[in-house]
Design a protein around this ligand. Structure first.
Ligand code: ZN
Ligand code: ZN
Length: 149
């Protein structure tokens, strides 16, 4: 049962560990500049959940308020970026985990690209997934359902 699945993850130094109950609402690539800066990476993959699905099992991250109502968590010891978190609209409080911090990232393949217009042009995206210039609110691509940024 997907609703029974538990996903674990954490930072590089293992000071911060987390567990998530249930399946993700979305798994996306985000090409926005804020995610790029936060992660120090050309693009990030994010698995989105209701905030209530997440609990920290060791340590606590520090959360940087990157804009009004938006937090970005990282480990205060090793610096690993961990989340985007904020208002998910109809979903309510939402958190997106950086897929690279999951213990089994292989299991979380993204289903679309968002903020594609902000991508680095030298980063060649060689897949056939949908590409959206802004956050995509579902409809034609339910797998990309999620909050406005
Ligand atoms: Zn750490
Ligand atoms: Zn982003």
């Amino acid at each position: 049962m997907m609703s029974d699945m538990e996903t674990t993850g954490g930072c590089l130094c293992r000071a911060v560990r987390y567990a998530i109950t249930g399946a993700p609402l979305s798994v996306i690539y985000c090409h926005c500049e804020s995610c790029r800066k936060h992660a120090g990476a050309p693009v990030v993959a994010l698995a989105g959940y209701k905030r209530a699905q997440l609990r920290y099992t060791a340590g606590a991250p520090q959360v940087y308020a990157s804009s009004a109502g938006v937090g970005r968590a990282s480990c205060g010891a090793c610096g690993t970026p961990l989340t985007w978190e904020g208002d998910g609209g109809e979903i309510g409080p939402m958190v997106e985990m950086l897929v690279g911090t999951l213990d089994r990232p292989e299991d979380f393949a993204p289903s679309c690209h968002i903020h594609y217009a902000e991508r680095l042009t030298w980063f060649d995206v060689a897949d056939d997934l949908p590409r959206y210039s802004e956050w995509h609110d579902g409809g034609e691509a339910p797998a990309c359902h999620g909050p406005a940024r």
